[in-house]
Design a protein around this ligand. Structure first.
Ligand SMILES: C[S@@+](CC[C@H](N)C(=O)[O-])C[C@H]1O[C@@H](n2cnc3c(N)ncnc32)[C@H](O)[C@@H]1O
Length: 263
């Protein structure tokens, strides 16, 4: 388990500046029929507004008792009904297939290895309705930012130091208050590979929460993948088939065609 319970005490202050993602996940939830599930729900920072906006119960899964305790208290305070479950993302099991599974704030990066992520993506694919969506965001690693921040002490949002392990593609956030959070960064192609092996399809890939196309200078990936619909003639193939809805997806399709043509 890569989550340090001591970090939970500082989490609200740590995440206070992160609000841009909420509208993005709320809109996806509004557009969804069927159960809504947040992976790594934490304190309910996103799940509570999603439940408020949709009037529906959100299932929230997290392995941290300390984070879930905060989610329970915050949901009660907001008068919102969350179905909070202690569990590991890698073992996701639902009684009913979901219409939307989402994972905000780069939480998939807490899974250290490709095998952990592959297992999670396969559990997600098995837990979605046909045409159900899986959405998540993660930062794009920027070595210029790493050079600037590695080892530098920062006061905001809470006093901390960031250290980069290049060999392990890992970032350690070390709080002065003696807590640590580790994230293992992933490239666009690693994410596309995970979509592929899980038998999901890429639906959209954005570079920002307002739906900006992914560009060379984007710092965030916003992925929307889906389980193929039942009437999709490509089922049960596990090949990634991009749906040309955004310029980025169209570009990914073109690049894939280029590779197939030996370009
Ligand atoms: C950065 S917080 C995100 C919380 C919330 N989704 C948000 O957006 O504010 C990361 C969360 O991932 C959870 N987590 C880390 N590894 C996990 C795992 N293997 N299974 C379930 N939850 C995990 C932690 O307990 C923590 O609550």
């Amino acid at each position: 388990m890569s989550w340090d319970e001591a970090f939970a005490r500082q989490y609200e202050a740590w995440a206070a500046g992160m609000t841009a993602d909420i509208g993005f996940y709320v809109e996806l939830a509004r557009a969804t029929d069927g159960p809504l599930v947040e992976l790594a729900v934490g304190t309910g920072r996103v799940a509570i507004p999603v439940a408020q906006a949709t009037g529906r119960r959100v299932i929230g899964i997290d392995s941290s008792p300390a984070m879930l305790a905060q989610a329970r208290a915050r949901a009660a305070e907001a008068g919102v009904d969350l179905d909070l479950r202690e569990g590991d993302l890698r073992d996701l099991t639902l009684e009913q297939p979901a219409g939307l599974i989402y994972c905000p704030f780069r939480s998939l990066l807490h899974l250290p290895t490709w095998a952990d992520r592959r297992r999670t993506f396969q559990r997600v694919a098995a837990s979605l309705q046909p045409a159900g969506r899986f959405a998540w965001n993660a930062f794009a690693f920027d070595h210029r930012i790493a050079c600037r921040l590695d080892g530098a002490h920062q006061e905001h949002p809470v006093p901390h130091t960031i250290r980069y392990s290049i060999g392990d593609n890992r970032i350690d956030i070390l709080l002065d208050a003696d807590a640590k959070s580790s994230l293992w960064w992933a490239t666009k192609n690693e994410w596309l590979g995970l979509i592929d092996v899980a038998g999901l399809e890429l639906e959209d890939l954005y570079g920002g929460f307002a739906g900006e196309p992914l560009a060379d200078d984007s710092h965030e990936y916003l992925f929307i993948a889906r389980r193929p619909p039942l009437d999709d003639p490509r089922r049960p193939s596990t090949t990634v088939v991009a749906v040309a809805r955004s310029p980025t997806v169209a570009a990914t399709q073109a690049a894939t065609r280029g590779r197939a043509d030996g370009l």
